[in-house]
Write a protein of this length. Sequence first.
Length: 265
Amino acid sequence: MKGNNSSKFIEIHHARVHNLKNISLKIPLNKFIVVTGVSGSGKSSLAFDTLFAEGQRRYVESLSSYARQFLGRINKPEVDFIKGIPPAIAIEQKVNTRNPRSTVGTSTEIYDYLKLFYARIGKTISPVTGEIVKRQSVSDVLDYINSFTAGTRIIITAPLIQKNGRSILQEAELLMQQGFTRLETNNEILQIAELLEKGSDEFCNGICNIVIDRVSVDHDEDAQSRMADSVQTAFFEGHGTCLVKVFYNGEIVSRSFSIFLKQTG
């Protein structure tokens, strides 16, 4: 036995909205339908004042009574019945200036919404590594640290960023007041107190990093909690960037993590 063919159509019976005179028709679903005709033939009355109005009314009725109190009352269009109508979306009608480069997307402004839509659901692939470009989190940093054998020495740092025109020494003094005691530059760990005594910022002739924590890889729960707190602090102090230096097999392996979109690997 064949399925019910009525589910493949929107059925309108005796529509009498505005200048429609008892119009009855079937509109196929999942098709691109164009309603066309001369001015005053009832195109808008059928598409907007009948189909869209009834679809919107039924959607509003499906909401809770609490939600409906914030919405205006929508009257039922003058029609005997409409069957098979799904929730409806209407695009605002407006007159645009003619532009040879305009498309349906730009004229109706759907293009702007599609850009936002695909930006949220899409995945960016790096053309260099072929891997997904994604935001990184504290758990990503911990997974990287835990990939090394127990006992491996790790330094968790954050880039020292000069703010409000302050010098490196002024930033170092503020960091010391916050409880930080060390800076790292050119793979060398320096005491902030000693740097302040010298009164010169020549030590930082390249990139300076705030030493957040120095730990050894340990899968104990307390150690994992400590590393997670340190990584979170690094992201905060580094304005979204955390730097991890691993002393492995006599070499220093460095890796940068970012809570902003960044290529992995």
